[in-house]
Design a protein around this ligand. Sequence first.
Ligand code: NDP
Length: 329
Amino acid sequence: MSSAAQAHQVPSGAHAAAGQVLLHCNWLNKQLWFDQLTAAGVPVAWPDDIRDWSSIQYAVGWNFTPEVLAKMPGLRAIASLGAGVDHAMRPGLIPPGVEILRIVDPLMAQRMATWVMWAVVNFQRKMDAYARAQAERRWDKTVENLKPWDNGEVRVGIMGYGVMGQAAAALLRAAGYNVAAWARTSRGGSDIQMFSGRESLRSFVERTDILVCLLPLTPETEGILSAQLLSWLPRGAGVINAARGRHLDEAALLAAIDAGHVAGAVLDVFATEPLPADSPLWAHPKVRITPHVSSITDVPNAVAQIAENYQRLLAGQPLLRVANKSAGY
Ligand code: NDP
């Protein structure tokens, strides 16, 4: 876990007066966020209801624009509504003195791990072929040739070994899969095979039958699921992406599937969301799609963390779950 446990001292003189807190969110459940944050003692207001933009020190939300940020010269911290902070990490977007706060929630990690387990099993046990047989009322026992690809034979490779990656790895390990992971920094003490850094990426990919991307989106990881990386996978491998759409070259994936090199993909995230109706991914028989729901934020747990940091900001105490801006996540 990179930045999850980091606490940052609020700069001296940062004690905040209890003014309004901006809530910048257009999600389907935005009113739930508003109501629960208000109930938790965070005085949130929608952009149209902000009385004095210059007094705002704490903002909560997703996808802040440069225009909105420019209105808040006194801003000290932005609390993300989700685990990912790439929406706030775009180069030049956030002024240097403003901290970016993550959500780190074991329940979200469990949701992600469960979705990843489903995606792995879906690919391993050829569930899409069974679904097609069912749609045609066909009793087809030849799909797996009466010899399933057993868990211990399946080499799962997880890219990103943070909150999400570790939870997914633990669940897969408990079910007997052969799991390895790839991270930015090296570490010891893990019970799975670990790879770190670009120099080990190729050997990690070459030993992987099912590749699972759980990386943060940063300048180093954007486009990492490239034609070249896909070519390093063993023939017949599966690709699972639940991180960010911009990790993946979608055209390269389709080309690798159509060439028979990659056997299928399960995708939760896309370069453009919602996925455009004319995307060739929608109808591809070897691509399974979910609409960015693999681990939606749990509102009560996230609100508790956002409120905790708000109280800390008011009291001049170190903030929790501060993203590492130099690492980009
Ligand atoms: P963490 O910050 O806890 O973990 C990130 C992991 O990625 C760490 O292991 C880190 O390495 C590794 N990493 C970062 N940069 C690199 C790099 N350049 N090369 C190799 N490894 C790298 O993040 P989370 O696990 O909480 O979340 C991961 C991502 O999952 C989020 O950023 C978000 O994009 C996505 N997500 C998607 C959701 C969905 O619903 N689809 C829901 C939640 C999250 P190290 O350990 O060395 O620091």
